[in-house]
Ligand binder design. Structure first.
Ligand SMILES: Cc1ncc(COP(=O)(O)O)c(C=O)c1O
Length: 362
């Protein structure tokens, strides 16, 4: 038996979640966000399963080229545009679309001569406080871009900073600001991330940009209802030992768990060296043979320990699910003081990825 740390990616679930995007935003085109290796699920595999999306969004040229190598001919948007003027040649050759968010990019476009002009999404900072032009500058920026021979079509994009909280008034403020500067321009626009798609219909506009919901994860941080999405990744391993500890025995590094009674403790072959969060120590949820229990003691590099009280029927080699089907990654993230995005993106090379479609075949 090899060390069986596995992420099974359910491609049918990806397609289901894309259908949920279409149902929630029926009048918008869908730019599927597959950056960061498809949120850790595998860039090419994810994008191929999402072939019916209208476009893809990635964070850099390398990711876009990986999609072109996979034979995907969709529009691909570089969400941070180019990082260096040297990238412009490849951007034109591979017909990529760019976000322009900074003055230095504007100046490069004004100076450059390209064989084929590029489609540009102008990024507006309506309250995210990250990249983008301030709203009052948008008119002047558009004017300068219209004068560039390197630019062929202009669109507008902004990003929501608070949409994951369905009670926050900030999304409406961002939207009102964006409307004020863009309503009369007649340009295609994109505002909504997953939370915008699901909770803020007024943000849908011509293009939506779903990321996390495609992977079956709720974008919300509030305690409202969880959307009916299907988890795409199931991370699992196996029990490699079952120890019978005595009352007062300690579990793992620094003895941070002290057994309150004589009890069985299971040792699972997964740890932070695989990308499992160390902050889930002492209390993180897991499923052992389909039943829920908790992590005892500290998560170590290759192993973690789980409470097997009441699990008399389990044996070495039984499966343990760390997140996915039956255990939302949102719960593991909450127990680790982080967000599901981070957990999904952070799995390491040691995890074996398996891709399954509807009928379970790889
Ligand atoms: C500019 C932009 N648009 C869309 C998304 C997708 O967001 P989400 O994964 O919350 O749907 C992201 C993700 O970080 C982003 O940076």
């Amino acid at each position: 038996m090899t060390r069986d740390v596995r992420a099974v990616v359910d491609l049918a679930a990806l397609r289901h979640n894309l259908a949920m995007v279409r149902a929630a935003a029926p009048s918008s085109r869908v730019m599927a966000v597959v950056k960061a290796n498809g949120y850790g699920h595998g860039l090419q595999e994810t994008a191929k399963a999402l072939v019916s999306a209208d476009a893809f969004a990635v964070s850099c040229l390398e990711e876009a080229l990986t999609l072109r190598e996979a034979g995907l001919l969709h529009p691909i948007v570089l969400l941070e545009g180019f990082f260096d003027s040297d990238e412009l040649r490849a951007i034109t050759t591979h017909r990529l679309d760019i976000v322009v968010h900074a003055d230095w990019q504007l100046q490069v476009l004004e100076r450059c001569r390209l064989q084929r002009p590029i489609r540009v999404w102008v990024k507006v900072d309506t309250g995210m406080g990250r990249i983008g032009f301030q709203p009052e500058r948008v008119g002047a920026v558009l004017e300068r871009l219209r004068a560039c021979s390197a630019v062929r079509q202009l669109r507008l994009m902004t990003h929501l900073a608070y949409a994951d909280d369905r009670r926050s008034p900030k999304t409406e403020e961002q939207l009102a600001l964006f409307e004020r500067i863009s309503a009369e321009l007649g340009l295609e626009r994109s505002i909504a991330n997953s939370a915008g798609i699901l909770a803020w219909p007024a943000t849908h506009a011509e293009w939506v940009r779903p990321g996390i919901m495609l992977y079956g994860v709720s974008p919300f941080v509030d305690d409202g209802p969880r959307p009916e999405l299907r988890p795409v990744m199931t991370l699992s391993s196996r029990l490699i030992a079952i120890q019978q500890f005595r009352r007062g025995d300690t579990v793992g590094y620094a003895g941070s768990y002290v057994c309150p009674e004589d009890m069985a403790v299971g040792i699972v072959a997964i740890g932070y060296g695989d990308g499992y969060p160390r902050h889930a120590s002492n209390g993180g949820p897991v499923l052992v043979k389909g039943r829920r229990t908790t992590i005892l003691g500290r998560v170590s590099m290759d192993m973690l320990c789980v409470d097997l009280r009441g699990f008399d029927d389990v044996q070495v080699n039984d499966p343990v699910v760390l997140w996915g089907a039956g255990l939302p990654v949102e719960e593991v993230a909450a127990a680790s003081g982080t967000i599901p995005y981070e957990l999904l993106c952070k799995l390491t090379q040691r995890v074996r990825f398996e891709y399954r479609d509807q009928h379970g075949e790889s």
